[in-house]
Design a protein around this ligand. Structure first.
Ligand code: PMT
Length: 404
């Protein structure tokens, strides 16, 4: 799929180079259009070298009137050749031009000619971001259905601290992925997704955890948001940035995860429990570090709450999807967990198979459903599997509904 990246003239323009690479890693072909102000911050050569494609910097180029007249109309051609327009950084000036239909350079002209989905990633000084003119202009763009990503808050290049920083490239990529899917079969749904490991403290400096990276759960959250759902992502400690448009609730322990899930349960229509929750914890954690001695030591562990089982007992007509991380007997174990915890579907995965499971970008799963069906899915990336799991979940809900 072809993406045209519009780069505005702000200090964050250099981050658009990183965004180009991130989009290409995701499989997009990237063409770049730069405003003249953007060229003051970073050279067109950078984007040409990264994307391997010509970079457009102005409306008329260095062409004679004859050359312009004999060639096709370039901004129309670019608008037709690309499926998604992403503007990063989107400055106050660009946002104002887009909102008011002004077209005095290539990018603003392209915007008017472009008919596909538009992703806007604003970046500017905090006072500019909060100015009523920018707020109103942005509301106009949001009202046109454009996806607005960010900005983040933090220390800005101008010295102020506050909202205005360009979001992480990965978040812009997830907004572009969402725009590319064009599927809105989850709009109106609220998904509560759990992801990552939990950490159970032993003392103030030590804890028990597991190898979950959060990739599987984050992929599901990203896929659901891309398909129009509101997503509450309840995550243990991981190294991942939350996907664009997802509401992150960061937790550490199994008890905190349980409380967060229960708090959001009333809003949920679908619950996906992909977190690797610790099964045991230390009930009374000392407030001082345990000293090393020569003696052998043991730790008493108590069971943590089984969140999936508790949700299963209170789920009402919500769809409940659990996971099962197994090293053997995967399908029977997944079926047993589904029945005892009253889940509608369990996604079983072998976690000792090479190259899949924990911390890998790839997984191989079998779906065990309450209808009695068992569906093995081919090995694929977690991002691809996330969509397939959601496809099957929607079909399962329909089947359960029709069976009533
Ligand atoms: O995070 P990644 O690196 O991408 O790895 C993905 C994964 C392997 C962690 C994921 O695919 C997975 O299998 N997640 C579930 C891991 C797990 O804890 O499985 P389990 O069989 O121990 O638990 C069964 C189910 O009960 C799970 O839905 C789990 O979230 C839930 N559970 C478990 C214990 C507990 N106290 N409360 C729970 O809700």
């Amino acid at each position: 799929m072809n993406v045209v990246l519009g780069v505005g003239g702000g200090i964050a323009a250099y981050k658009a180079a990183e965004l180009t690479r991130a989009l290409m890693r995701e499989g997009f072909t990237v063409s770049t259009v730069m405003t003249s102000a953007a060229c003051e911050f970073i050279t067109p050569l950078t984007f040409a070298a990264l994307s391997g494609r010509k970079v457009i910097t102005d409306l008329f180029g260095n062409r004679s009137a004859d050359e312009i007249l004999s060639s096709s109309v370039e901004h129309i051609e670019v608008a037709q050749q690309n499926q998604i327009l992403v503007v990063a950084p989107a400055t106050a000036d660009l946002i104002g031009k887009f909102a008011n239909g002004l077209a005095d350079d290539f990018l603003s002209t392209l915007y008017l000619a472009f008919q596909g989905p538009v992703v806007i990633a604003p970046a500017m000084n905090t006072n500019m971001w909060q100015h009523p003119a920018v707020v109103e202009n942005l509301a106009v763009l949001a009202g046109r259905g454009h996806r607005i990503v960010g900005p983040d808050a933090g220390a800005l290049a101008c010295g102020t601290v506050g909202p205005g920083r360009l979001v992480d490239p990965e978040q812009i990529v997830s907004a572009v992925v969402a725009a590319s899917i064009g599927k809105t079969d989850l709009s109106g749904e609220t998904l509560v997704v759990t992801a990552g490991p939990t950490q159970e403290p032993i003392d103030p400096v030590r804890y028990i955890t597991n190898r979950s990276s959060g990739k599987m759960g984050y992929a599901i959250a990203e896929a659901a948001a891309a398909r129009g759902a509101r997503v509450v992502l309840i995550s243990g400690p991981v190294q991942l940035k939350p996907p664009a448009g997802v509401e992150l609730v960061a937790v550490r322990t199994a008890y905190q995860m349980r409380d967060a899930v229960m708090e959001h349960l009333p809003e949920a229509t679908i619950i996906v429990k992909s977190a690797a929750v610790a099964d045991y914890h230390i009930a009374s954690v000392p407030d001082k570090k345990i000293k090393k001695t020569a003696a052998r030591m043991s730790i008493d562990l108590d069971p943590t709450p089984d969140i999936l089982a508790e949700v299963g007992s209170k789920k009402g007509d919500r769809l409940l999807i659990g996971f099962a991380a197994e090293t053997n007997d995967m399908v029977p174990e997944a079926r047993r967990k589904m029945q005892t915890k009253r889940a509608d579907m369990i996604v079983g995965n072998f976690v000792n198979a090479a190259g899949t499971g924990f911390d890998s970008d790839v997984n191989e799963v079998t779906l065990v459903m309450s209808t009695g069906d068992t569906v093995p899915l081919e090995r694929a990336t977690k991002k691809e599997l996330a969509h397939k799991i959601l496809d099957h979940a929607l079909r399962l809900r329909l089947a359960l509904h029709n069976a009533v």
